[in-house]
Write a protein that binds this ligand. Sequence first.
Ligand SMILES: [Mg+2]
Length: 171
Amino acid sequence: MIDIFIPKKYCQDIFHINYKKLKENDYKLIIFDLDNTIGSIKENSCSQKNKEFLNSLKSDFKIIIVSNSGKKRVSNFLKDVQCDYFYFSLKPTLRVLRTIKKKYKIDYKEMVVVGDQIVTDVFWGNRKNVLTILVDPIKNIDFKVTTFNRKLERFINKKNNIKRGNYYEEK
Ligand SMILES: [Mg+2]
């Protein structure tokens, strides 16, 4: 069984997530992936639109960015975004997820992970039964290190009958 690779929800992008419902269901902290979730790998800084959007969520949730990219990439991208962030996080290892639990004194069941990759973001959150939301990559261009993950993802999605573009219905 590879249930651990199945996202709890699958949305087109970060704007299509039902945040109202997340709040109603007592989720308190949202972890966003960076590359291809809040910015393409061609963007060096967060767009105004996404910056404002992330800021707007802050009244309801603690917002944290967790990226496997290095310090320079992540700190440059987020320099005008007032969010806590973790770089070189080695997702899907649990180190940073455990740190977040401790640092923000929050249970895994109150967290949400939003990301574009099955084998890092979704698998990572599912390992601790965090609510995982898969989004489509902003652009179909990845850093080289992601190429293998994408191959694995296509294989896993085929096994799990997950088709990119078949989004979960939000009621
Ligand atoms: Mg990503």
